[in-house]
Design a binder for this molecule. Sequence first.
Ligand SMILES: C[S@@+](CC[C@H](N)C(=O)[O-])C[C@H]1O[C@@H](n2cnc3c(N)ncnc32)[C@H](O)[C@@H]1O
Ligand code: SF4
Length: 383
Amino acid sequence: MTDALALYVHWPFCKSKCPYCDFNSHVRAGVDAARWERALIAELDHYAAAAPGRHLVSVFFGGGTPSLMNPSTAAAVLERAQRHWPAASDLEVTLEANPTSVEAARLEEFRGAGVNRVSLGVQALDDQALRFLGRGHDAAEARAAVAMAARIFPRYSFDLIYARPGQGIAAWERELEAALALAGDHLSVYQLTIERGTAFFGAHARGEFTLPDDDLAGALYEATQARLAAAGFPAYEISNHARAGGECRHNLVYWRSGDWVGIGPGAHGRLTRGGARLATRQRRLPEAWLAAVEAGGHATDEETALGAAERRDELLLMGLRLGEGVSRARFRTVTGTEIEAAFDDTALADLVAGGFLVLDDAGLRATAAGLQRLNAVIARLLA
Ligand SMILES: C[S@@+](CC[C@H](N)C(=O)[O-])C[C@H]1O[C@@H](n2cnc3c(N)ncnc32)[C@H](O)[C@@H]1O
Ligand code: SF4
């Protein structure tokens, strides 16, 4: 086992709610920055006591829109975290940011606070698509924010959403070309999904727009893989592409079933302690979270020790998303068994014979065909 630890900090506020988004993000008229900073530090202290003797490899400010946070709050959290846990010399500190001009103007201050990697929610490089997605920025503003990030940060990434209504392959390939011209060492490219409870869920159900059918969505996915791989950005995870060495170390901690502390509303965490793997979850609503932390020093809503089957399932659900898959050594450490012994022989053999999984000396991984229908592959394996 390793003593490496990552820290996730959730900032739950946004200027407006995007119609596709089901993240724990809320619009509030005023946020008491000083109270929020004190509460985040208090919850960090609580978890530091629960995870002694670790070293910090990554901090990720996610949201919501953490670029709306005061840079001094990010600095305070980083300073405190490094007091609790000695940091790796190459500590990765990521901030998610919206590419509006107001937020871009503050990026320099975040760099001063210790952030060394930024991930911008560009979403599209097309004004009409940005309007459809309900974004508060246009493509020119997004380009300017990416250029600013490139000047200020050693590493940066941006997010795009594809398989939008009316999007054909040629137009998407043109947009990918434009994205590649702006890219640093990392790109996240997500297929638009319609999530229950979002504005798009109702609009889609009412027939206000239609999405590309499965064939077109599959072709868009394949075009994305091919174009980005050819440009030196292969997928290391279903939706994440990087140049060699540009992979997001923080997300690799999740996908490799490593340990992380999660603070802030709705944050999840995983801690391995004395042979047990604890899953933690903080209260979700910002006001309830704040009240609980102010009353008791933390807002832990759930803390459960994962059983052997849950650990195996989670390792698979996360690990098979990665190009590298799940190594034999990691599988043994997390589950205490060999891969072959953990699954139904026929299911495993069928999935390998069908060209969806590869099982060899290195471990278990999904093929390109398997990655495209990963949920079905995992469901068959775990049935
Ligand atoms: C927390 S947000 C990123 C930071 C920032 N709030 C922003 O929007 O610029 C995470 C990313 O998830 C992606 N995302 C969220 N909901 C999605 C959906 N329904 N379909 C596809 N991608 C989605 C978007 O690309 C978004 O940038
Ligand atoms: S996509 Fe980003 S800005 Fe939009 S609501 Fe979600 S978290 Fe907030």
